[in-house]
Write a protein that binds this ligand. Sequence first.
Ligand code: HOZ
Length: 431
Amino acid sequence: MDVSLSQAFFKRAQEIIPGGVNSPVRACKSVGCDPLFVERGNGPYVTDVDGNVFIDYVCSWGPMILGHDHPHVRAAVSEALEGGTSFGAPTWREVALAAKIVEYVPSIEKVRLVNSGTEATMSAIRLARGVTGRKKILKFDGCYHGHADSFLVKAGSGVATLGIPGSPGVPEEIVANTISIPFNDQGLLEKTIKENRDDLAAVIMEPVPANMGVVPPKTGFLELAREITSHYGIILIFDEVITGFRLALGGAQEYFGILPDLTCLGKIIGGGLPVGAYGGKKEIMEQIAPEGPVYQAGTLSGNPLATAAGLATIEILSRPGTYDILGSRAEILAEGLMQLITDNGIQARLQGVGSMMTCFFGQDGSVENFQQASASDTESYGAFFREMINQGVWLAPSQFEAAFVSLAHDDYVINDTLMAAESAFNFIASS
Ligand code: HOZ
């Protein structure tokens, strides 16, 4: 495969951008290759600058649930573009997008739009601290809530991929106010909350962690988190930046029937443009300025192009049967992959929820927390990743991320993916 243009861009990028990338996982370090530079995307495919075409399961790390360059989204963004790109003043599309979020996400009564998932989570914990007057937050090892200071303790995604234990630059006082415990451990959750009940402002979690690979919550875990936080007046925050509008229109909270106090959104609600949101109960959200004293602001918040793309995406997603189609395609892919794993005698565990999944190499049983995920065979994942690229399939360049199926991944594309995977598993089995 000719990747000479990608290599040239990467060489130049490394001279002027840290690590040559604008987000660490993209550097592909943990899978032992250099990044490919994307020229364009179309449906389930991306084409790199050298003209190589790949079936894409990164899907921009989740937002592209309709596939790339969807005509409805393109038309909506083009129409918005005609009218100007930013005003720093309210526009009707912000209200329309907020109304859709309030309509579909069961626990959200009021919502504030921001520019990224990181902004959403850092604003949500400020709000939780402001409302409760407490300082500490409880998170879970391997969950990733963006790169704000409070969250870089035992975090997932790029922090896990690069094996970074925390980050220089995060003050000790902030780390001291963040408690991190293993996901899916009910006893420890109960004990930790009880011990810190007077200091905890919030418990924040990805209801389905997808930044240590996809780790489904064990039965009763989300229920316990809801019950015990309600009991002690601690704010429960669901980080649904990935799961929002992916597992259902109402996200994981609809899927599992557990309602948090605050929800963070991003990715899909921006249809591929930069956006985030945090929302929840009226009495909490009313504490945000200018209605209340908790400050948060943003020049580009509620941007016309991003809200147009989000609205168009949600419009398609809200058509009847969408999530059934998405779910059944993901199921066909997952079943096919599991069969190949068995047929080739590969030691790996494929697990997922809805249209997101991870193949954990070197695992026999289910992966339930970060400690177990971390024990995966990342060398084999890297070999699989590289062979899939050779076969024309673009996976996340890290063991600790998810593969996302979009509505553009039809039966034909899934079949092509399985043929590629057959060669890749074969290659691994024989090497
Ligand atoms: N943190 C993102 C994955 N969970 C990666 C973002 C990116 O590199 O674009």
